[in-house]
Design a protein around this ligand. Sequence first.
Ligand SMILES: [Fe+2]
Ligand SMILES: [Fe+2]
Length: 437
Amino acid sequence: MRTFCHPVSSSAPACYHCHMVHGKRYREAIDNIQKKIQLDCLIIGACLPFDVYLREGGRVHLLFKEGMRYTNCEKDILHGKNISEIYFDEKDARDAEQFISEGDEEDRVNVVDPVVFSRYDEEKEDYHQVERSLLVPGADIDFSVYVLNNMKISPVLELADSQSAKIGPELVQAYGDILIKKADLPKYTEYMHTMAKRIESLPSRDAEKVTSLVIRENSKLIIKDLIDDPRSGRKIKEVDREVNNIIDTILKNKDTIYDLIDLSKYDYYTYTHSVDVAVMSIGLATAINMDREHVEKLGIGAMLHDLGKSMVDHEILNKQGGLNSYEFQVIKKHVIEGNNILSVQKDFPRESFPAVLQHHEKLTGNGYPLGVAGKDITLFGRITSIVDCYDALTTCRPYKKAFTPYYALELLVKQKKDFDCDILREFIRMLGRLQKA
Ligand SMILES: [Fe+2]
Ligand SMILES: [Fe+2]
């Protein structure tokens, strides 16, 4: 990733990045860098058609060179440094105006009506996202099923209390995330138990798949419970049990990772993200031959890495588009909040804390909450930061398209100074194997 080049000063040599020179020509050059725009005008995912500068105390820094792709990670770093305005050269004014006004529609964050979005976001809280493949056509269910698409939640199969029905093909064909009402979670859990009992009669690969899906769904339910009541702590032992189930499943057959992660989400759910980060972290840890005991500790930490989000203002957490520096400061608190919640839970292993505390740290020191760098970032922190960033990039929201796995990995590689190269290489290898499977 391109980071700040050295400040241009009259005593500095010509800068490699910005081709600035000292003396009179330097003065002329920085005099031209006066055009100011808001950082949030830069289009996430787009290649910058001009050099972007930062002015700080009379000094000018080249921030991004023309042609560089501007991503959420750069935006997060700059918001973290409370930078909201950037500058460009007078000569690039026309390019900049065109870039800001037109942009690339494919890459633009498409902000939807805030009132509609907030109503939808509130409504979504009454539902729980479930695994479509577990709702097998022909099976009996006694709970209603809905589909979420384009911020609309519509019934696919609506049942009155104590009514039951067979799952029909309309559910398989429904386009979007499959949801059930939160109030129906006990009925859904019961349904999963029934499915689990049938495993023995299935061919081995199908049995493996159903086992993985049940583990995944159970994990999501536990995390959801913990998010709703983060201080209860009564579920931590259950997290441990599901993490061990995930490890057993992956050790038995590495291809089951594919069944354990959700690759086709239409929206973001903290519980789904938490399980995906845990499964990919466990997969990565087993790929680098970490011993079982440590994989377990990593998995527990990864599963609960975002638990602190339960303490963050819902509106800020789910705000669409860019965040201002105050909002970003609020979001950043989720790491310390998570650490505080877990530090009083006797069942949460001490060794798991780095996965929580360091999942937003970067090797360059540009991460948060502590801005630790290099060797101060533990192996758990190095693994969870890669996986967390990848999962965030590949998840879509109603106002933001998801990056494809290939492009998300390309972005991580571009920012390789932030991440452990050996682990990133292993992660790419692991995902490559999954796609071939
Ligand atoms: Fe996080
Ligand atoms: Fe996360």
